[in-house]
Design a protein around this ligand. Sequence first.
Ligand code: IMP
Length: 198
Amino acid sequence: MRKLLIATHNLGKLEEMQGYLKELSFEVVSMDDTDIPKEWRVEEVGQTFEGNALIKAIITGKKSGMLTIADDSGVSIDALNGEPGVKSARYAKGTDKQRYEVVLEKMKDVPDEKRTAKFTSVIAVYDPMSDQVTVTYGECLGRITREPKGERGFGYDPIFFADEIGKTYAEATLEEKMRIDHRGRAMQKMYEILKRFP
Ligand code: IMP
């Protein structure tokens, strides 16, 4: 069975992506299952989600020699001129909670109707055998809450109210979130592409 490497060190992302790929006829492996050193990281020098997804998939795929998929994602908030965007993972020092608290603080005077935001995911798959790369996209619209709600998930989940389900990502079950969220949408398209892979 051919191996498919998920190029992420983010356990939240890993769990979501593994959920989607388990039906496929690949042996899905994580970075921990490779002999790539734990501290090895791809520097995200891209200015866009697409650029960073491509960089991560291609560099990790070349390093591992495996078919590799990578996601680059983040939340773009209208009232913050699209920030944190591609900088979502490193918007402020510290934990996920500290980062979303910075967002809530910056938005404390923003009225409800101006709290709109969008999560984006770009997923790239790189095949070192053919040297080909393909990308898929997913988005989810919502708004930033005034306080955190829900216990599940990771990152900005507690402060992102997803319009389609009428609750925050952190209040949704994993299945509910994956059905409507940005990564789930990009993964549904990636699933169709991987199904046809040699
Ligand atoms: P990167 O794609 O590794 O640069 O990191 C994306 C960052 O965006 C994560 O570290 C989270 O902070 C945030 N993010 C991406 N997807 C989600 C999600 O589904 N829920 C909450 N935060 C997310």
